[in-house]
Design a protein around this ligand. Structure first.
Ligand SMILES: NC(=O)c1ccc[n+]([C@@H]2O[C@H](COP(=O)([O-])OP(=O)(O)OC[C@H]3O[C@@H](n4cnc5c(N)ncnc54)[C@H](OP(=O)(O)O)[C@@H]3O)[C@@H](O)[C@H]2O)c1
Length: 326
């Protein structure tokens, strides 16, 4: 049995613990909030054994094996490093840090503490994504020529102080949801040769929309993230011999379609997730602990660092184009 501790009891923590309950080897042991009352209520609702009124107390509890960090982006570095210094294994929400400098610091702490450390990039373990990677590796659609992936929802009605819009908490669409389309392009095509990007910001400096083109030697990826409107969230991967369409919302997909060149039939693949889909990253953590791995081969430290460098590169490319406040 793996004893889990959760830090930061906001929206994602509620979803995550519901999936944790679906994994038999996982025990929701401790939950920590900046408010003891909130921690007590959360513990009661999800049957956690212990509730803590501070994050530090949870990190000091010797029974906690893995800490799941579910705080805003701006505090991932601080709490992941503190947890690893206490010898805890860590699953930290995406993006690991605000930039690649923070990610390097976190990885370096993971190495010196000798603990397991992974970014909670759950999409990497989604069954449809796994199956699509397989299809591409076995050359079912030929060499990828074009990839399109977006992630948009309406967030302009959120509290400006919320983590989504507040620049002090790492707000903005790119770090919150743009990370997913970038991840898909990185997973399937690797690091691009060059990046074109353009963003719109609001008056407080929060980035609200970013459109990107990743240039590869023989392919183009067209990517988008935005808070100003809903988008289709269907991802397309177009190869010389076929097209794969990952069903909406592709980052948590329940299936995909394959259309082959010279074949009129469309193959529909249905792969419903267990729970919302966090179960797979939870199982990946357990697998790693069982094998004594300090990183998971499917989403390594280097993968997280590469992803953070791509996020940095998009931001610096966007700065060079004409952007306007909306
Ligand atoms: N994988 C996914 O599908 C997914 C989905 C949504 C979000 N996320 C990620 O999960 C993280 C949290 O997102 P969320 O939507 O759960 O955010 P949220 O609802 O705002 O909750 C964040 C929690 O962090 C804690 N916190 C610590 N310092 C804070 C501060 N200065 N201001 C506000 N809250 C603070 C709070 O918990 P206490 O009051 O209990 O201390 C708060 O409830 C983000 O990194 C986000 O990118 C991932």
């Amino acid at each position: 049995m793996t004893y889990w501790g959760i830090i930061g009891l906001g929206s994602i923590a509620h979803h995550f613990v519901k999936d944790l309950a679906l994994v038999p080897e996982a025990k929701l042991y401790g939950v920590a909030s900046r408010s003891l009352e909130k921690a007590n209520n959360f513990a009661r609702e999800y049957l956690a054994e212990k509730a803590f009124g501070s994050y530090e107390e949870l990190l000091k509890d010797p029974l906690v094996s893995v800490v799941y960090i579910a705080t805003p982006h701006s505090s991932h570095r601080e709490w992941a490093i503190k947890a690893m210094k206490e010898g805890k294994h860590v699953l930290c929400e995406k993006p690991l840090g605000l930039d690649s400098r923070e990610v390097k610091e976190m990885i370096s702490q993971a190495k010196s503490s000798g603990v397991f450390f992974m970014e909670a990039l759950w999409t990497r373990f989604n069954p449809s994504i796994e199956a699509v990677v397989n299809r591409i590796n076995t050359n079912e659609i030929g060499t990828i020529q074009y990839l399109q992936a977006d992630f948009g929802f309406y967030a302009m009605d959120r509290d400006p102080q919320s983590r989504v819009l507040n620049p002090a908490l790492g707000g903005g669409s790119l770090l919150d949801i743009g990370i997913y389309p970038i991840f898909l392009s990185y997973l399937l095509l690797g690091i691009p040769e060059s990046i074109m990007a353009t963003s719109n910001f609001n008056e407080t400096g929060t980035e609200l929309q970013t459109a990107m083109i990743f240039n590869y030697k023989k392919a183009k990826a067209v990517l988008y993230s935005g808070f100003t409107a809903k988008s289709s969230m269907v991802a397309q991967i177009s190869g010389r011999e076929g097209l794969i369409t990952i069903d909406s919302r592709w980052h948590e997909s329940q299936g995909f379609k394959v259309e082959k060149e010279n074949d009129n039939d469309i193959e529909s693949v249905s792969l419903p997730t267990l729970g919302r889909g966090y179960t797979y990253e939870i199982k990946a953590v357990h697998e790693a602990l069982l094998q004594d791995w300090t990183e998971h081969p499917k989403w390594t430290h280097q993968d997280s660092l590469n992803l953070s460098e791509l996020l940095d590169a998009v931001q610096s490319a966007a700065k060079k184009t004409i952007n306007r406040a909306i």
